[in-house]
Write a protein that binds this ligand. Structure first.
Ligand code: LFR
Length: 477
């Protein structure tokens, strides 16, 4: 009939899932076929992704999904696998939280100043941008670089490409031309021949190989479609904004990615100083946003505390005193794993604030700090892009955290619309539905989302003065 099924593979930093989206002219349903934890592995040489485990999870998920009309893959950004001349993977892909990039950026800037890099690529500074990772790697045997979703697509189909939205996180793309910055690549000494040709979201990416069909029990041909393969690009595509709405978005999960959808990049020096990035989105859009540490801070504490019941902890945190101590949730000091409760306590102590003691107090400190970082990003983005907004959309895993959503509404002084939770998978599905004529463009996909997905609205409780005070406290620290 007119209903089509799509497998959306969505790999996050802490779990990988295969979702099945069923799309009709006026319907959109998403169901989970398979979910498995994504466990980074610390070996003597550093922190690595278990890429074979992830791929095995994809195959299991496709088997569980059953007959689908297409498959699309998205994941976290910047990381990659290197292949030798025969197309074989050279070692486990390195985790972006690995320490090997320490001090690398400074060396790159000695050749190409950070100001010039920003003016040409629009990418915020993060130690893990692909460019810096590449400069930290031994590339002598590498013949090809495939970003994580492109690597898995290659294993599924045998075909190589570099999907654009994710390529925009390498720091080797010019956001104005939406193509390689050959000048920057040359000056920093990166051979662009390493990369497979660019693919646009919506482009065909081959068919499941016969061996994959056999392993998954699927009947071919099953096409694979390039989607917005950066999970944040897919998540932003699934922000259920109304037509003409002036909105900011916050994609929540391990990270909080907070900002605006623009038609053109903002490449000013002021924007660079504020560490805003210009990543590429669907249909010619720019994702103008800031990376905030996100629920990673809480995930790492939960790990340290031996995985206590989250619901009970959040209830206690909601009753803990508000805004007692806040930390800078944008601080790269929180990037590496380990000792998170201690590091948060240290940050409070060093800034002369009360040191949170119990898990509930620390959790409250984290959520207040995240909401405050959300406020700063939403305010800065509006100012830097000269684009005021009336509403903040929160999508992704953090929508399950009602306290975080309410605090964000309070901090921003704006209504928050929370949902959908599985935004990246939905954005992935919506792009796959395009070739079948079920979804025309971004606006059309968003209309379908607002009609079909449950959303929760949080009104600001009018305490902006308290948030302003906390902001000043942090700035003074
Ligand atoms: C979110 C995300 C962010 C990116 C970070 C590292 O999952 O993709 O957008 O900055 O992970 O890749």
């Amino acid at each position: 009939g007119s209903i089509k099924s799509y497998a959306a593979v969505d790999l996050g930093a802490s779990s990988g899932r295969v979702m099945v989206g069923r799309v009709g002219p006026d319907s959109l349903e998403l169901a989970e076929a398979h979910r498995s934890p994504n466990r980074p592995v610390r070996v003597p040489e550093g922190l690595r992704w278990d890429i074979l485990g992830l791929y095995a999870g994809v195959l299991e998920g496709l088997r569980a999904a059953g007959r689908v009309d297409s498959v699309g893959i998205d994941s976290w950004a910047v990381d990659y696998g290197l292949l030798d001349a025969d197309g074989a993977l050279l070692g486990n892909p390195v985790h972006y939280r690995d320490a090997r990039t320490e001090g690398v950026a400074e060396k790159v800037w000695a050749g190409v100043p950070a100001e010039e890099l920003y003016a040409a690529t629009g990418l915020q500074y993060a130690p893990f941008n692909t460019l810096y990772q590449l400069k930290a790697d031994q590339l002598t045997r590498a013949n090809r670089l495939l970003l994580i979703p492109d690597l898995l697509t290659y294993w599924l189909t045998g075909e190589q490409g570099t999907e654009l939205t994710n390529a925009s996180t390498t720091q080797l793309i010019d956001p104005r031309t939406r193509s390689w910055s050959t000048d920057i690549a040359q000056r920093v000494g990166v051979d662009l021949e390493l990369f497979a040709p660019l693919r646009q979201p919506g482009d065909p990416a081959g068919f499941l190989r016969p061996e994959v069909l056999e392993e998954t029990g699927l009947a071919g041909p099953v096409p694979v479609t390039a989607v917005g393969s950066h999970d944040t690009a897919s998540a932003v595509a699934a922000v259920p904004a109304a037509d003409g709405e002036r909105f900011a978005y916050i994609c929540t999960g391990t990270w909080s990615l907070a900002g605006l959808e623009l038609d053109a990049p903002v490449l000013t020096e002021e924007s660079r100083a504020a560490n805003f990035t210009n990543e590429l989105g669907l249909d010619g859009t720019v994702r103008y946003l800031r990376n905030i540490m996100g629920l990673w801070l809480l995930q790492e504490c939960l790990r340290a505390w031996g995985a206590p019941d989250l619901g009970a902890l959040l209830l206690q945190a909601s009753k803990a005193p508000a805004l007692r101590s806040v930390v800078d949730a944008g601080d790269a000091a929180f990037l590496a794993p380990g000792r998170m409760p201690e590091r948060i306590a240290e940050a409070c102590r060093n800034s002369g604030q009360p040191v949170p003691q119990s898990p509930a107090e620390i959790t409250r400190c984290i959520l207040d700090s995240l909401a405050l970082a959300h406020r700063r990003a939403v305010e800065d983005a509006q100012r830097l892009a000269d684009r005021p907004v009336d509403v903040v959309h929160i999508v992704g895993g953090g929508t399950r955290n009602a306290l975080l959503c309410q605090l964000t509404a309070d901090a921003c002084g704006l209504p928050v619309v929370a949902g959908p939770t599985e935004a990246a998978a939905l954005g992935n599905v919506l792009v796959q539905a395009r070739p079948h004529g079920l979804v025309r463009d971004l606006a059309d996909g968003r209309r379908l989302l607002t009609r079909t997905q449950p959303l929760t609205r949080y009104e600001p409780r009018g305490q902006t003065a308290r948030w302003r005070e906390a902001e000043a406290r942090l700035a003074g620290a």
